[in-house]
Ligand binder design. Structure first.
Ligand SMILES: CC(C)(COP(=O)(O)OP(=O)(O)OC[C@H]1O[C@@H](n2cnc3c(N)ncnc32)[C@H](O)[C@@H]1OP(=O)(O)O)[C@@H](O)C(=O)NCCC(=O)NCCS
Length: 423
C-alpha cells in the first residue's frame, strides 16, 4: 500500500484509462496527503462507525469491510479511493464524478461499494460540523441517512446491488459544509432564495400572488420551455417593472402557470414577502415513499422550530423546492388520492425551465429513460409510462410555501383562502 502512481498509471492498472480527463485534476495535490497507514475510511473501525450512523443494517458491514480490504491492498484502487475522498471532502470548486471509473473490471458486482465507502465517510465531518453548531445528535443521525437513501436508489438501478451511483456522490459534500439537515420526512437547506420570481401578500385580505421575473420566455400554456426548444406560436416574454409605490408584472397562478396579462400591485396595499436573496429553506426529498401531507406538515413544522432555534440570525421566510415532485402536470398523471397530488395542491407552484426527462430518473431508476424498457413495477411508474407513451409532455416544477401560512398547511390555502383572482 502507498506506492505513488500517476493517475494514468492507476487507471491503466484497473483497465479504465479512458477516464483520465475526469480523474486527473488535483491528482498530485491529493496524493501528496496520502496517509502513511492508508485511508482511515477504509479501516474496519471507521466502517463500523460510519455504517451505524448512516443506519445501514448489520449485514451490509461485511460487504463494506470485504470490499474495503480489497481496495486497501490494491495499489491503484487505494490511490483512487483516496483521490475520490479528497476531491469530495477536501477539495474546492465544482465537482462531478460522472466521468469517473465504474470499477467493474476491478471489483465486479461490488463496484458500487467503492463510492458507497467514500459516501459514508461523510459521517465524521457531518458530526463535527453539527457539534460546532450545538445540533442534537438525533438530528445528525437523521441527516446521515442520505447515503442509505442513495444506496436504496442504487439497488433499484442495479438489481439489488448495494452502492452509490457516481452521478449522485457529489451531493454528499453539502452535508459536510452547509446548514442542511434531515428533519423527519424531508431535508432542509438554509440558503438565500436563488430564483428570480417575487411574491407579494395583501395583509388586509391575506391573498398571495407571485410575479414572474423580467425577460423570461414562456409558452402559450404559461410554462417555461428549455432553451433548446425552438420558438413556437404563442410564446411570450415576461415583464417585471418596479416604480416608486408599485410593481407591474406577469402573475403566476398557484397551479404553476404564468399568465400573459400584466398585473399592477400598489405597494401601499401589497407587501413583498419573497424575493431573490431572502433566506429560505430549500427542501430535498430523500427516497423512501410515504410522503403523506401529514408527514410533510410535521416535517415543515419541525423545521420551522429547529431553524428558529439554531439559526436565529437567518430567519427563513418560506420553503422552496424544484423537483419532479412539484410538477404542474402531476395531477394529469396520478389519481387525486395519491400523496403526490395532494402535496401539489398544498403549495404554490411556479414554472421553471425543465427538459422532458427532468427528474424521471427518480421514478424509473434509469440514467436515460427508454420508454420501451422502463420498469412498470409500481403504480407511479405505470401511470407515468401511460402518460408519456400517449405522447404527452412532461415537465418538472418549482414550489414555495410561506412560513407565515404554515399553521394552515393541509387546507390548500393558495388554492382557496389566499387565492388572488387575476383573470
Ligand atoms: C416522492 C416520494 C416520496 C413519494 O412517495 P409517495 O407518493 O408517498 O409514495 P407511497 O409510499 O404512497 O407509494 C405509492 C406508490 O408509488 C410507488 N413509488 C414510491 N416512490 C416511487 C419512486 N421513486 N419511483 C417509482 N414508484 C414509486 C410505491 O411503490 C407505490 O406503488 P404501488 O401503488 O404500486 O404500491 C417517493 O416517490 C420517493 O421516495 N421518491 C424518491 C426520492 C425523490 O424522488 N426525491 C426527489 C428528488 S428531486
Amino acid at each position: 500500500m502507498g506506492v505513488f502512481l500517476t493517475a494514468e498509471a492507476a487507471l491503466q492498472i484497473i483497465g479504465e484509462v479512458e477516464k483520465l480527463p475526469a480523474v486527473a485534476p488535483f491528482w498530485e495535490e491529493s496524493q501528496a496527503t496520502f496517509p502513511v497507514g492508508g485511508p482511515d475510511f477504509l479501516k474496519p473501525v471507521s466502517i463500523h462507525e460510519n455504517r451505524m450512523w448512516c443506519g445501514f443494517d448489520e449485514d451490509v458491514e461485511a460487504v463494506l469491510t470485504r470490499v474495503a480490504a480489497v481496495i486497501s491492498e490494491h495499489p491503484a484502487l487505494v490511490r483512487l479511493a483516496w483521490h475520490c475522498w479528497w476531491r469530495l471532502y477536501e477539495g474546492e470548486g465544482e465537482i462531478a464524478f460522472d466521468g469517473w471509473p465504474d470499477f467493474e473490471t476491478a471489483l465486479g458486482q461490488e463496484c458500487g461499494v467503492f463510492y458507497l465507502l467514500v459516501g459514508i465517510a461523510m459521517v465524521p465531518r457531518v458530526r463535527a460540523l453539527h457539534a460546532a453548531w450545538g445540533i442534537p445528535e438525533a438530528v445528525t443521525r437523521e441527516t446521515c441517512q442520505e447515503p442509505n437513501a442513495f444506496c436504496y436508489n442504487h439497488t433499484q438501478m442495479f438489481v439489488g446491488r448495494i452502492g452509490i451511483a457516481r452521478s449522485t456522490l457529489f451531493w454528499l459534500r453539502n452535508y459536510t459544509r452547509e446548514p442542511y439537515f434531515r428533519l423527519g420526512r424531508l431535508e432542509f437547506w438554509l440558503k438565500p432564495f436563488g430564483e428570480s420570481i417575487r411574491v407579494f401578500r395583501r395583509p388586509e385580505g391575506g391573498e398571495v400572488i407571485a410575479l414572474a421575473a423580467e425577460g423570461e420566455r414562456f409558452d402559450a400554456q404559461g410554462f417555461m420551455p428549455v432553451e433548446s426548444v425552438p420558438p413556437a406560436e404563442g410564446d411570450w416574454v415576461s415583464v417585471y417593472n418596479e416604480t416608486p409605490g408599485q410593481v407591474t408584472g406577469n402573475p403566476i397562478l398557484p397551479t404553476g402557470r404564468a399568465v400573459n396579462t400584466l398585473l399592477r400591485l400598489n405597494l401601499g396595499e401589497w407587501e413583498r414577502v419573497l424575493e431573490p436573496g431572502c433566506w429560505v429553506l430549500d427542501m430535498h426529498i430523500p427516497a423512501g415513499g410515504k410522503m403523506s401531507p401529514e408527514a410533510v406538515r410535521e416535517s415543515l413544522m419541525t423545521a420551522r422550530e429547529f431553524f428558529k432555534k439554531y439559526f436565529p440570525d437567518k430567519p427563513a421566510v418560506g420553503f422552496v423546492c424544484w423537483s419532479w415532485i412539484f410538477s404542474p402536470v402531476l395531477d394529469k398523471i396520478l389519481p387525486e388520492e395519491s400523496n403526490l397530488v395532494k402535496n401539489i395542491r398544498e403549495v404554490y407552484l411556479f414554472p421553471y425551465a425543465s427538459d422532458p426527462q427532468d427528474g424521471l430518473g427518480f421514478v424509473f431508476y434509469q440514467d436515460k429513460i427508454d420508454l420501451t424498457t422502463a420498469p412498470r413495477k409500481t403504480s407511479v411508474q405505470r401511470a407515468f409510462l401511460d402518460y408519456l407513451l400517449a405522447g404527452k409532455i412532461w415537465r418538472a416544477g418549482g414550489m414555495f410555501y410561506l412560513m407565515d401560512d404554515l399553521d394552515d398547511y393541509g387546507k390548500q390555502v393558495y388554492r382557496h383562502k389566499r387565492l388572488f383572482t387575476v383573470i
